[in-house]
Write a new protein. Sequence first.
Length: 431
Amino acid sequence: MLYDNLTVNEKGHLTISGIDATELAAEFGTPLYVMDEDVLRANCRTYVKAMYEFFGSESAPLYASKALSFKGIYPIVESEGMCIDVVSPGEIYTALAADFPAEKMFFHGSNKTDEDIKYGVLSGIGYFVVDNHNELEVLDRMAAELGVKQKVLLRLTVGLDPHTLEAINTGRVDSQFGVPIDTGQADDFVKAALACENISVEGFHSHVGSQIFESDSFNRQAEILIEYAARMKEETGLELKVLNIGGGLGVRYTDRDPFLDIPGRIAEIAEHLKGACDKYDVDMPVVFMEPGRSIVANAGVTLYTTGGTKEVKGYRNYVTIDGGMTDNPRFALYKAEYTVLNASRMNKSADYECTVAGRCCESGDRIAENVMIAKPERGDIIAVLTTGAYNYSMASNYNRIPRPAMVMISKGQARTVVKRESFEDLIKNEL
Ligand code: LLP
């Protein structure tokens, strides 16, 4: 199986941390997002421990809320010793509603509106990750008005191109995120920030992309940023206190993806950072990383009920499910691959080649193409693995399909953490 928490019971059903997936489906209905709290916590601990060990006691992982934001996740990541990355006032509001401390939040966003900036400052956000000149000016003015000296990191683009999906590749020079070092524009940005009276520049931020397995991008990023910090120190006197190197470590969606040794990768990045600090005579900064996917993805499984099969002679077999692109748009958007199982027939051989199609009136509504599962009958439970990241957080109500419920499982118990949307919810803002 793709992950250790998945097994098969004596009935031939898939179990998730010992709980029968078909029983979860029967009790809570489908489509259903299932999150395994023990896996999620173990992922948090891996980062916290490795960052402590390799970067020192002040360093910490920030959980990237965008991967999965709902009230119940914040007490979990907080209790594991993590800070968070938030990217909108909606994410700030959700975290505050769960009593997550504002000073442990890092506020991202490439186009924060005046209202967003005010909301962030008033909420007492720990750090703004300032994306551009426009934001800098507004933030400085608002901080003055509100009597605050706001800590910031400046978002820089390092000009790297990690080999990942085009749409999630953010570190290149040609990007709407941050200010590029290569073009010389970062120099003006840093100098402008240092001239702002109500802003305290603590350091830099950079994020190279997402679902990355290769180590070269992270190693190069570390070197480029430290070399740049050394030059800025010389030119402006800026001391790099904090360096946030973003998120992006890859996870296993299918057995063709490798297992990524996260502590090993962190150790390697730390080695490159320290080497660069020695080479360019820069004090080792406090380091933050922003994992999202690698904290939540493999903790999630989505359960669907199949409507049965449709065999288009000479073409392909379809297995239809009661969800699809509305709860998981990643195939439609990125042709992202998933592992699909027939949770009701795990003891049967997976010899039925099929395309798993959702219920929207749209031919692109698919979850996976040409996967092998045990041939299902109408009513079987289909499980899609590794759906904890960028599924619920990217879900929609297209075709007026209510978003699924989410249950959190731990130590043999399941509890609802997000209620299933109702038809009333669909029209509640409509006059
Ligand atoms: N920090 C920043 C500034 C980011 O932009 C991102 C992701 C992260 C951290 C977290 O990266 P992670 O560890 O999750 O790879 N919707 C796409 C993913 C978009 C990622 C955007 N930024 C998907 O479904 O694959």
